[in-house]
Write a protein that binds this ligand. Sequence first.
Ligand code: ADP
Ligand code: ASP
Ligand code: MG
Length: 416
Amino acid sequence: MLIVQKYGGTSMGSTQRIQNVANRISHSLYAHSSTATHTSNTNAQNGNKLVVVVSAMSGVTDEILQHAYAFTPTPNERDLDMSLSSGEQMSAALLSIALNAKGLKSIALNGRQAGIFTDSNHTKARIQYIDTSNIKALLSEGYIVVVTGFQGLSDRGEITTLGRGGSDLSAVALAGALKADSCEIYSDVDGVYTTDPRIESKAKKIERISYDEMLELASMGAKVLLTRSVELAKKWNVPIYAKSSFSEDSGTLITTEENIMEKPIVSGIALDKNQARVSLIGVQDKPGIAAELFSKLSKANINVDMIVQTIGRDFKTNLDFTVPKNELEKAKITLNEFDSNADLIDYDNEVAIVSIVGVGMKSHSGVAAKAFQAMAKDNINIRMISTSEIKISMLIDLKYAELGVRVLHAAYKLDQ
Ligand code: ADP
Ligand code: ASP
Ligand code: MG
């Protein structure tokens, strides 16, 4: 079997933890394999083939960013990628050293050596293609191949990074390109829960979840998996196992909807505290305004999420939307340059979005009403609402964020 495993920052957080990862890898060499037996001092030739993607040791990426921002609020993004990529380079090399020290045959590769090619969009590059020839050759020579997550090489020969949490994407992309039998993402939780277990201790682990539900949960704030990694997994039909590197739990399988027997109406609740609200009040109600505004925002590379426009009256209307908090300043600049003739532009940073996600919503009525009743009972004001076939999102005041999650978790009896 060819297995791609990814170990996140917490799992790689100290020499002791890297040793733990090395021990787990050693066991994985012969896991699922009925013929081989485990002997120490062996290499990968007789067992499973393993590609291991790693994140930087926990805190390292943040620390690098802190150093960079100490000089300027707008560090050069090429240089930023150059510094950021060093975190993964260190952890990959350390893991490989630990594996070799155990008598296993291992080699560490950076993004370029692993053949991960991206566009030139520094700090949020997209993978264009993966040249697997080097990895395949090393696997057939019996190496465990340890690959730096989160980074690649642009067509201009520059080091790029894939955006925060990008190692999940590196792992899924490698699993897809290598046609791996299994893609296992290890973090500090033993799977995908009905909500963030740090917010609601009664959250329950989900055995199986569909790509679409996981996509909605991830994009609405459940950081256990990066949204783009789930997108890619769905596109290439790569099943993902989300597991913990600290337990033996079987984890959560993220797969196609057809592979899931039980389809609860609501599968989980997500919380996103990284969005800010922008409101254009009394904007001209005529064709082309939204087109122009959102084109300008898109050109400035600002990701707009919720959009709500109200029915116009007297040739005026209100347009509300959300942008990531760290892009709010950019959005303000864009809006100042754009002549919307709005009576007022209002910004609010102190907001959060809570979302209910479930494929069962498609065929059930009353799901939204229940959410609104639950919020009302706890006096939480809903400022914006947006829905999709399998999701209901509500913008609320930041101070009610965690309470909102717990209230909804209880309303749909997800703790039972
Ligand atoms: P890593 O550093 O290994 O990539 P992350 O910190 O990115 O791990 O993701 C794991 C974290 O995701 C957990 O510690 C947990 O707090 C958070 N999380 C948020 N929502 C969920 C959820 N629905 N299920 C499980 N974990 C979640
Ligand atoms: N080290 C990077 C980050 O902290 C990438 C990752 O961990 O996936 O965002
Ligand atoms: Mg992560």
